[in-house]
Each structure stands twice: as structure tokens, then as C-alpha cells.
Write a protein that binds this ligand. Structure first.
Ligand code: PDD
Length: 315
């Protein structure tokens, strides 16, 4: 049961308010141009999952868009803590639908300045932190699975806007998702211009092909998911090999299982995939054996991480 004391909170450059009351400048380049980077993580038993890895990826995204960050990592960590504390969440209570846990999204924008594409090098980066309840996905996405469709929209080429930048402009993903939803699906499986599989709108894709767990490599153009990396390690520990490679759409009819991964979805089974010609590939409802094994290994890995980082509670 959610506790009425819990309140979604936001922190804009140090000013913490209820999330609905938070304000940013209309001159902020994140708003004007999507000139920003961000991360999303969630806590488990109050511990920020893969906290360091998210900061590493944030800093890499900032580097890839040539945006030196004004705020230090320590400062942002402290601000994240303050924001979570302001939600009223307490380590002992079952305050949110997911217990004592919280979803945290933090954006760093290039800052507010003149309406001019060319950024003033004197600009100071701004930050926005949002702490809210962990999203509850439809139960049927886990019990049955998500339905995906391949849209005509292609993933941004690496040489244009590298999908490995977790930036504040998600229009490519939104257009792909919109098309998939119009086709009656829940999410998309986006191809690149060479017909290689990249990722879903905000999660990574895995398939089982010929009994082997396969996920598209970085070369196709996708975000290097932190969940995906953890899954590789978790599977490795359990002797289940994960192959990262280019995966052409023509290979998909051989797939026997499919699932997506992200910080908030964890391991979510896919029950069907619509190809561009309208043909629908079907996968076991609720996830096949390898999908279910992977989910189990991932949950064990998370449990171990939480135990090992018990002294780093954010709540
Ligand atoms: N999305 N690909 C894209 C395009 C993403 O936006 C995400 C994450 C992922 C999976 O990354 P990770 O395993 O590190 O969560 C892949 C987050 C959850 C979001 O924007 O809400």
C-alpha cells in the first residue's frame, strides 16, 4: 500500500519542491534543443542499483556531446540523497507500491543561455533530479509478455546521433514507438539502416536463436544498457553464454524466445514480434525457459549487489 506521506519530489539546481511545482527556464538548452544527458536508476531495499555505473555512463554521454559538467559527482550524489529524503520515504516503511524503493531520474542540461545553437562556453550546466515511485508495468507484460513491432523508422546512425549517448532528445525513439503502437503493439524493435536489430524504445533486446542467447552488439547503434551488462555477468556466473553480435532482421524468424531489459523493466518477456511485412513471430507466453532462467539469474545478481552495497543506502 502506498503511504500518503510519500511525495514525488524534484530538485532543480538545488531547489527541492514537490515534482509538480518544479520549474525550469524556457532558455534552458535541454528544453530548447534536447541539449542534455540523463540517467534513470531505481533503488532496491534503499540501495541505488548500479549507482556508479550510471554515473560513469552519464559522464560518458556528457563527454560524447562535448559538455563539461559544472557539478561534481559528489555534489550530484548529495543532491540525489537530499531529493530522495524529501519524498518522506523511510528505510523502515513500505512507503511506495514497491516497498521502500524509489525511481530516480537525473538530467544535466548544458544550461540556460541565449537562443543560439552554438553554446556559450561560459554556460554552467543545470541539473534536474526527479524522485518518484518505481513504475508499475502492466502485470500482463510479465505474465504474458509484450508485443513488439518493427517500425519503418530507423535508429539514428552512430555517425549522426550516437544512440550510446543517453541524451535528452528521444524523438527517434518516440517516432518508432508511435508507429509500433499504431500497428497494435506495445513497443518497437528498431532496425538500423542496414537492417540490423538495435533496441526497443527504451530498453535493450535479447533473443534466443538456435538455443543461444544473443543480443545486438554496440556496432548496430544502441544504448549500452547497464541492465544488459549486468545480465551478461549474471549469466556468465551461471554458465549461460550471452553472445553480442550483429543481428540482421532476416535471422529473427529463427528466434524461439525474446525479451527486453532495462533498469525499470528488469527482464520483461516478449510474446510476439511483428515484422515489417505484417508477419507475426510468436514466443512462449510468460517467457521461454532461457528467458525465465535469465530473469532468475538477474534477480540473484541484484540481490547480491544490494547485500554488498548495504552500507550505501540512499533512503
Ligand atoms: N531507459 N536503450 C534505451 C534507448 C534506453 O533509454 C534504456 C534505458 C535502455 C536500457 O538501459 P538500462 O539497462 O541502463 O536501463 C536501452 C531508461 C530506463 C529510461 O529512459 O527510462
Amino acid at each position: 500500500m502506498s503511504n500518503p506521506a510519500f511525495q514525488r519530489m524534484a530538485n532543480v539546481d538545488g531547489l527541492i519542491t514537490p515534482a509538480e511545482e518544479a520549474k525550469i527556464s524556457i532558455f534552458d538548452r535541454g528544453f530548447l534543443y534536447g541539449d542534455s544527458v540523463y540517467e534513470v536508476f531505481r533503488t532496491y531495499s534503499g540501495v541505488g542499483l548500479f549507482f556508479e555505473e550510471h554515473f560513469d555512463r552519464l559522464e560518458n554521454s556528457a563527454r560524447l556531446i562535448h559538455m563539461p559538467m559544472t557539478q561534481s559527482r559528489d555534489e550530484l550524489v548529495e543532491e540525489i540523497r537530499r531529493t530522495i529524503r524529501a519524498t518522506g520515504l523511510s528505510a523502515s516503511a513500505q512507503d511506495t507500491p514497491s516497498g521502500q524503493d524509489v525511481y530516480v531520474r537525473y538530467h544535466i542540461t548544458r544550461g540556460a543561455g541565449p537562443v543560439d545553437l552554438n553554446p556559450d562556453p561560459q554556460l554552467k550546466t543545470s541539473y534536474v533530479i526527479l524522485a518518484k515511485e518505481v513504475p508499475t508495468w502492466k502485470a500482463e507484460y510479465y505474465s504474458h509478455g509484450m508485443r513488439l513491432a518493427i517500425p519503418q523508422v530507423r535508429r539514428n546512425p552512430i555517425g549522426a546521433l550516437n544512440p550510446n549517448i543517453k541524451g535528452g532528445n528521444y524523438l527517434n525513439n518516440i517516432l518508432a514507438l508511435h508507429e509500433a503502437v499504431e500497428l497494435g503493439a506495445d513497443d518497437c524493435a528498431i532496425l538500423n539502416r542496414e537492417g540490423l536489430v538495435t533496441e526497443a524504445s527504451n530498453s535493450n533486446l535479447f533473443f534466443v536463436i538456435g538455443g543461444q542467447l544473443v543480443t545486438p552488439g554496440d556496432g548496430a547503434g544502441n544504448l549500452r544498457g547497464i541492465t544488459k551488462t549486468a545480465i551478461r555477468k549474471a549469466c556468465d556466473t551461471n554458465g549461460l553464454k550471452v553472445e553480442e553480435k550483429d543481428l540482421h532482421v532476416s535471422e529473427l524468424p529463427k528466434a524461439t524466445e525474446c525479451f527486453v531489459t532495462s533498469a525499470t523493466r528488469e527482464v520483461m518477456p516478449v510474446v510476439s514480434l511483428r515484422l515489417e511485412d505484417g508477419k507475426i513471430l510468436e514466443f512462449p507466453a510468460g517467457g521461454g525457459e532461457i528467458t525465465r532462467q535469465t530473469a532468475k539469474y538477474y534477480h540473484q545478481y541484484v540481490e547480491q549487489y544490494v547485500q554488498e552495497h548495504a552500507d550505501f543506502k540512499l533512503v
